[in-house]
Design a protein around this ligand. Structure first.
Ligand code: G3I
Length: 346
């Protein structure tokens, strides 16, 4: 008798309860490809450093249908030097790798407060010359990958962590807070008429103030006629996340009628009860599946195996108690979270 989905989910939750058991004891069965039965794209972040790892490549091509470059489509990769020469090599390699394997690519990210380059710092306060450099950059990137990405995070993390309005940045200082965002969307649309253009941010599940400010910005852009085409909620959460938080955030974002992207989900086991992890991933899947089809832009996991996670590279990483935030363990075996993700698919 084939296990019911509910039964698999219950099994995954039970397995997770022994989350502290050796990895082999919690690895789920060989999982059917997640992307095959999902009513929305299932994405994963990836990096050029992983492309030659057969275990990573096999897992990604089996379960995921879309790749978000983890850092190679950011300013730090495109403008690595002190001059204005653009380096497309890393992004080109990732995009070609994905295309050769039938994976779509989602561009992340054109404008981010967290990354600038000497090219722009030297033009700080230079007025029209700064704007020209900004326009040239956004246009060059969006134009190069026209037809090769399904969408872009045009502006990433525009809202202050306290939710009290927009972040201050080199971009906002030189081109004004909302105007630089509007300009980036207009430039991206002019360079790529078909890409879905997103605003993306984090902590929208845990900070009502930040979620309200994010939605206010989206409404302002829409009212001004900006080509805003979707809303991304990164969903970097942990096992202490209250049940229903993801569902509420996705529903709030969807109320504007645009596609919604759970764009970077990981569920850290560093806080809360690790046994909650499968249910949290299941909630994200159910929230996405509950949207009207046109709004289901998809769920993207921020890494394939636990060891691929940025959380394992951060300074606060504890090697004696490694974080296990993703769907597959260090050996690429499905965890209870992966089984729960699959069981939650309609
Ligand atoms: O591996 C390369 C190395 O070959 C190269 O020589 C070196 C030069 O700087 O860079 C190394 O790559 C690093 C990369 O992570 C892989 O470890 C980059 O320096 C480093 O900046 C990059 O950090 C990424 C970070 O964004 C900044 O771009 C993380 O991987 C990535 O997970 C993180 O992702 C962010 C999202 O974009 C936005 N939401 C939050 C999320 C987590 O911080």
């Amino acid at each position: 008798m084939s296990p019911t989905r509910r039964g698999v989910l219950a099994g995954a939750l039970a397995l997770a309860a022994c989350d502290r058991a050796p990895a082999a004891a919690v690895a789920g069965p060989d999982l059917a490809p997640l992307r095959a039965s999902a009513p929305f794209p299932v994405g994963v972040s990836g990096m050029t450093a992983q492309l030659d790892d057969p275990a990573w490549a096999g897992l990604v091509t089996r379960h995921f249908g879309r790749l978000t470059p983890e850092w190679e489509m950011k300013l730090e990769a495109f403008l690595p030097g002190d001059d204005d020469r653009l380096d497309f090599s890393r992004a080109d390699r990732l995009v070609a790798w994905a295309e050769a394997r039938g994976l779509a690519v989602f561009g992340h990210t054109l404008v981010w407060y967290a990354q600038t380059a000497p090219r722009f710092e030297q033009l700080d306060g230079a007025g029209a010359r700064f704007e020209r450099a900004y326009a040239d950059y956004v246009t060059a990137i969006a134009r190069r990958y026209r037809g090769r990405v399904v969408g872009w995070d045009v502006v990433n993390e525009p809202i202050r962590d306290d939710g009290e309005g927009l972040r201050e940045s080199l971009w906002s200082r030189n081109l004004r807070p909302v105007e630089h965002i509007r300009l980036a969307f207009d430039l991206a649309r002019a360079a790529d008429p078909d890409a879905v253009l997103f605003l993306n941010d984090y902590n929208l599940e845990t900070s009502p103030a930040k979620r309200r400010a994010f939605l206010r910005l989206a409404e302002t852009l829409l009212a001004a006629g900006a080509p805003l085409g979707g809303l991304g909620t990164q969903t970097h959460v942990d096992c202490a996340l209250p049940a229903g938080a993801i569902r509420a955030a996705v529903a709030d974002l969807a109320a504007l009628g645009l596609p919604v992207h759970v764009s970077e989900i990981d569920v850290s086991t560093d806080r809360g009860d690790p046994a909650r992890q499968p249910a949290i991933y299941a909630e994200a899947v159910e929230a996405m599946a509950a949207l009207p089809p046109a709004q289901r832009f998809g769920v993207t996991v921020w890494g394939a195996r636990d060891g691929d996670s940025w959380l394992r590279r951060g300074g606060e990483h504890n090697p004696l108690r490694p974080d296990r935030p993703l769907l597959f363990d260090d050996a690429a075996r499905p965890k209870p979270a992966a089984s729960a993700f699959a069981a939650a698919l309609p």
